[in-house]
Design a protein around this ligand. Structure first.
Ligand SMILES: O=P(O)(O)OC[C@H]1O[C@H](O)[C@H](O)[C@@H](O)[C@@H]1O
Length: 299
């Protein structure tokens, strides 16, 4: 659908409209008294979330590609149906294909509480089946109000069960990542991706970022809080249907190897990802569905 068609079918006067952005991408602009958010239909990718009179909660790299076929660096990429490199075929895209596909608009609505709602969907097609031979429907509901709410339902529309690993790979913005601390993961065991996924049990102190951090915290449904003195705010991340929380910052050396990240941009974000990865992957029987949700608020 063209941006013109999207606007005539789904725009809501004063609250939701579509614009064409770099790389020919259609972007939904959600705006109301509570917040402003931009969502790319390519990847169903939330690019910005700015609660009224506050800075963007999300970070987007100055070097991000806005090019179909490539993922974007920042915001909230969706990882699905695998996380990280594909288990057996390294030619397949890391983190799966959801972030590389054009999603469809299913519905838009303005809620009585003033929040704006956008529902996007992705169903299997020739391209997805070539990478992953399953019939599915993903439906992502995004509600931007005082908080940002995302509910992601994956339905198995085929006749065989499938396994999915997935993540809402949120890049949270900060002015100085070394000043933040993350509460909620105390005592949780993580697989350390900087140490060939060796299991490590977190201590009692909040998590700080003072080196390369690439950890999959397993079997945790906990709400986390990112306290950030450099931005004078705390971000609360609550979730359902998610058993893993990934924490990632590439730090200085790895940042230099990432083509779509400026060398010093690692200082400006932490990824805290609502996920089901490794042994927390989910089996979805035929006809069944799995939902994972995320709620981001600033305190
Ligand atoms: O560069 P990307 O494919 O977007 O992945 C970025 C990062 O995502 C996750 O957080 C993984 O744990 C990291 O290993 C990976 O480097």
């Amino acid at each position: 659908m063209t941006v013109k068609e999207l606007n005539s079918k789904y725009a809501i006067e004063g609250c939701l409209s579509f614009v064409e952005s770099k790389g020919g991408m259609a972007i939904a602009m959600l705006s109301n008294d509570h917040s402003f958010a931009q969502v790319s239909l390519y990847g169903a990718h939330v690019l910005t979330f700015e609660p009224a009179e506050q800075d963007d909660v999300l970070m987007m790299s100055n070097k991000s590609y806005f090019e179909k076929g490539k993922p974007m660096r920042g915001g909230i990429p969706l990882c699905f149906p695998w996380f990280g490199p594909h288990a057996t075929d390294k030619a397949l895209p890391p983190h799966g294909f959801a972030r590389l596909m054009d999603w469809n608009v299913k519905a838009t609505a303005q809620q009585p509480d003033g929040a704006t709602c956008l529902v996007l969907s992705l169903t299997d097609n020739e391209q997805t089946r070539a990478m992953w031979p399953h019939a599915f429907e993903c439906e992502l509901t995004i509600v931007a109000g005082k908080t940002l709410e995302m509910n992601w339902v994956v339905k198995n529309t085929g006749s065989e069960a499938f396994d999915i690993a997935s993540a809402m790979h949120t890049y949270f913005a900060t002015n100085d990542v070394t000043q933040i601390n993350i509460k909620g993961l105390e005592g949780v065991t993580y697989l350390d991706a900087t140490q060939q996924l060796a299991p490590v049990t977190e201590g009692t102190a909040p998590v700080v970022i003072d080196r390369e951090v690439n950890r999959c915290y397993m079997d945790t449904t906990a709400t986390c809080e990112i306290t950030d003195p450099s931005m004078d705010r705390t971000i609360r991340v609550a979730k359902t249907g998610s058993q893993s929380t990934v924490v990632w910052n590439p730090w200085k050396e790895v940042a230099k190897t990432i083509a779509d990240l400026e060398d010093n941009e690692y200082q400006g974000f932490v990824c805290l990802e609502t996920a089901n990865v490794h042994r927390n992957k989910v089996t979805v029987p035929p006809g069944a569905e799995h939902a994972m949700s995320l709620s981001i608020s600033t305190l």
